[in-house]
Design a protein around this ligand. Structure first.
Ligand SMILES: Cc1cc2nc3c(=O)[nH]c(=O)nc-3n(C[C@H](O)[C@H](O)[C@H](O)COP(=O)(O)O)c2cc1C
Length: 217
């Protein structure tokens, strides 16, 4: 099977595009509006970009009626957004927080999660989540779409504060990922959970490269 997605109809009943970029980590993002309303939404078009200093991005498609997502508007207006780690135990709250609710509705209340204060960011973080990044908004890059829904705001941020709950840190000082069970997006309505890890080291990697891969500060 081969096709050109810009000019030919998809030969499969479901588009393979999102199913090829798997698993996608979830940026479960909290913000606060200028009027003080807390907002929460998952973004699987989310990634770390670099680590020195740590920077991240998320890509928010407009709604089908052409409105920009609340997370983007809040990040631009307040200068901050917060990443919360999405876990298997929190999966239902993550899903509920994806509902397109009016911007004056508190989505922490709707999702049934607790607010914890941030150090720098004005908005709350999800208390039940084991790890958080407080991100300072840097810029938005708008990419043209073929439809209202296709237009996308790519938002960049710098991680200014990292929180990790003590109980998910191993005796070696690493995050206990199989215990945390982060969830990730696949295609269609499918998700996966990270419950198993394996290690590989690059042969003859020099010290600086190894340190970067290992995540040494
Ligand atoms: C797991 C998951 C991942 C999602 N990823 C994205 C995404 O990357 N970009 C996007 O525009 N919408 C994404 N959505 C839909 C948004 O979460 C949804 O439009 C939400 O209402 C946006 O909220 P906001 O307007 O409060 O920012 C995703 C939904 C789910 C359930």
């Amino acid at each position: 099977m081969i096709y050109a997605p810009q000019s030919e109809p998809c030969p499969l009943p479901f588009s393979p595009f999102k199913s090829c970029t798997v698993p996608r980590p979830i940026g479960w993002l909290s913000t606060i509006s200028r009027d003080g309303v807390a907002n929460l939404a998952p973004y699987s078009q989310w990634q770390n970009l670099t680590f020195d200093p740590p920077m991240v991005m998320f890509a928010a498609n407009q709604t089908s009626d052409g409105r920009r997502k609340d997370t983007v508007v809040n990040a631009e207006e307040t200068g901050w957004f917060v990443w919360n780690m999405a876990t298997y135990d929190l999966r239902e709250a993550v899903n509920i927080s994806a509902m397109e609710l009016p911007s004056d509705e508190d989505e922490f209340l709707r999702a049934g999660v607790t607010k914890a204060a941030c150090v720098d960011a004005p908005g709350p973080r999800v208390a039940e989540s084991p790890a958080h990044f407080e991100c300072r908004y840097l810029s938005t890059h708008r990419l043209r779409g073929n439809s209202n829904h296709g237009w996308v705001d790519v938002v960049y941020g710098e991680v200014m504060r990292i929180h990790v709950a003590d109980e998910v840190i191993t005796s070696e000082g690493k995050l206990d990922i199989p215990r945390i069970k982060p969830i990730a997006r696949m295609g269609y309505y499918d998700y996966t959970t990270v419950i198993e890890t394996f290690e590989m080291r690059i042969p003859e990697a020099h010290a600086a490269m190894a340190a970067g891969l290992e995540g040494k500060a």
